[in-house]
Write a protein that binds this ligand. Sequence first.
Ligand SMILES: *Cc1c(COP(=O)(O)O)cnc(C)c1O
Length: 435
Amino acid sequence: MQYYSTNKSVPEVSLKLAVTKGLADDKGLFMPERINQLPASFFETIEQLSFQEISFEVAKAFFGEDIPEADLKALVFDTLQFDCPIVPVHDNIYSLELFHGPTLAFKDVGGRFMARLLGYFLKGNKEHVNVLVATSGDTGSAVANGFLGVPGIDVYVLYPKGLVSEIQEKQFTTLGQNITSLEIDGTFDDCQRLVKSAFMDETLKSKLTLTSANSINVARFLPQAFYYFNAYARLKEKGLQDELVVAVPSGNFGNLTAGLFAQKMGLPIKRFIAANNENDIVYQYLQTGEYKPRPSVATIANAMDVGDPSNFARILDLFDNSHEAICSVMKGFRYSDAEIREVLLKVYTEKNYLLDPHGACAYKALAKDLGEGEVGVFLETAHPAKFTETVEQIIGKGNVPLPEKLAEFMKGEKLSVELSTSFDDFQKFLLETAK
Ligand SMILES: *Cc1c(COP(=O)(O)O)cnc(C)c1O
């Protein structure tokens, strides 16, 4: 399968190149040349398959032309060593819990899959790849844990000093081996700027192979489609699969775009709900037809604090830039911090289910918009304990148990290198240390 750029001014590339480059040379995002349909027979018996088995069938539709079946199966089963259960919250609303992976957030699937796919492409040859990733918290941990110990690949995680929670920081700074954490004396925007500058820098490009592990990378975002197929299968087990509405808490829109791919592959999702926090650029687009990026503002659902969602270019491409077509498959909602706090507390006290601030946005939109006869699933994208401070402020101290996996990370020793926000310092560091 070939991959084209959403900007369409460079030739198509192979899967391997799309993954090792991250972004196309014309700065567009890579898209698969075709979206293969899954056969009706697959959907007829899907409820008999496990999350892992379903995902393998979906992965074959994406990557089956490029990777032999047995290798792809190993890749998928090795990535998904955890489940993705559906939990009833009330009436016809279900939570699809995407946080049972090693770092307790949905990005684990993409992070692990990308690491294994890149490892597969590099196996047995002398190529060496350096993965650069800027993080405000969750991406860094998922990517670092996914790539830990993968031969031929080193990962550099750039994060803003003092601006990530202690739990988040421990999840990537304590790993060692092929993971280097760079504590940047600035903001998340500075980290992102340093990474972007590195990809443009001729000196670095001539000496090192650099790629990105943000959701612009096809290997990170396409596997997120697995979740949607599993949601359908688990509801079909209960006979509830018709009129399915899926609500997605969205920032860079990688997760929601993967859902749109699933729908185009034949998965019967009736419609999507895109839930934003105050960074409501896509919400505004859905209302007005105008896409106006603007600087992000900080909210308590911080993984969604994005002012120019990178995967929006993919959504436009999927629907030929038609505002009408996009509005026919999704509806937008946006919530303030006060509204997020309110719904989180309400669902905890009345329904005995603990949301995280991101899932809370999606839940609230679904509860508001779900119609007669529809069944709603919202994606619960992170375990609430990843945001203990915020969540305990809302529901009271001591009420968020720390899962074993997070407690383990807290015991580790932080091993970061401090750097300024100057590109010269970053360039010098990479030239001296990277292979
Ligand atoms: C990354 C993230 C999101 C947003 O996902 P996108 O694919 O960027 O839209 C939502 N919730 C959590 C917990 C996240 O880590």
